[in-house]
Design a protein around this ligand. Structure first.
Ligand code: PGA
Length: 238
């Protein structure tokens, strides 16, 4: 089963207008890897302006509301995210699950809304450090998958062990490989689904992580804020 690699950058709550020069700065790396999909999730305030500069780079929102419209002050619907120029939306990131108390059921409702609006959800799952120490990582991730995924349609999964996000720690290649095999076996159409790894992916570790057979790309936080680092990660895609 041929699955295209996806290198996705999540800027989180970083970036103002001048950050959009990034798209010109990564252009060379993007052009030299036509076999790789490249995506950036800027803050929603930049989506519209990013759309005119992104070229072949795909754009994503970092969240959307499950409802199509209504009295939800400060929230954005999936259709608004698409209207601003995105083709994808990140859902269920651990920072949303933790900071905003999002349950897997909420994530699933958002994923359904995203699909209805024509967006491809990138659905994040991952265990806490205590779960892994207790040997419960597959139980936790399996439960998140069971309750976060839509019934069908196109979506991407990002496995992000929470203890590896923004910490400089990465899961071992053995642990990443075995979790990706587990996820593929747990979900419908597992052989066809793109499964990304996220958590402190950097130029120095990208090539070995992306070379793993069941890893179809990366969801990159901190290293997606620097064009030089992100370009190296694009070039390292397996
Ligand atoms: P990080 O973030 O690369 O800074 O660890 C990853 C993520 O949150 O998706």
């Amino acid at each position: 089963m041929q699955r295209r690699n996806l290198i996705a950058g999540n800027w989180k709550m970083n970036g103002l207008g001048q950050s959009l020069e990034f798209f010109e700065q990564i252009q060379q790396a993007v052009v030299s890897r036509p076999d790789v999909d490249v995506l950036i999730a800027p803050p929603a305030t930049l989506l519209h302006r990013a759309a005119s500069r992104a070229g072949r780079v795909l754009l994503a929102g970092q969240d959307c509301h499950a409802a199509a419209s209504g009295a939800h002050t400060g929230d954005l619907s999936a259709e608004m995210i698409r209207d601003a120029g995105a083709s994808h939306v990140i859902l269920g990131h651990s920072e949303r699950r933790t900071d905003h108390g999002e349950s897997s059921e909420t994530v699933r409702a958002k994923a359904d809304a995203a699909l209805t609006a024509g967006l491809v959800p990138i659905i994040c799952v991952g265990e806490q450090e205590a779960d892994r120490r207790a040997g419960r990582e597959q139980e936790i991730v399996g439960d998140q998958l069971d309750h976060s995924l839509p019934d069908g349609g196109e979506f991407v999964i990002a496995y992000e062990p929470v203890w590896a996000i923004g910490t400089g720690l990465t899961a071992s290649e053995t642990d990443i490989a075995s979790m990706h095999v587990f996820i593929r076996g747990r979900i419908a159409d597992g052989a066809a689904r793109r499964i990304l790894y996220g958590g402190s992916v950097k130029p120095c570790n990208a090539a070995s992580i992306l070379a793993l057979g069941d890893v179809d790309g990366a969801l990159v936080g901190g290293a997606s804020l620097k064009a030089a680092d992100f370009s190296q990660i694009i070039s390292a895609a397996g």
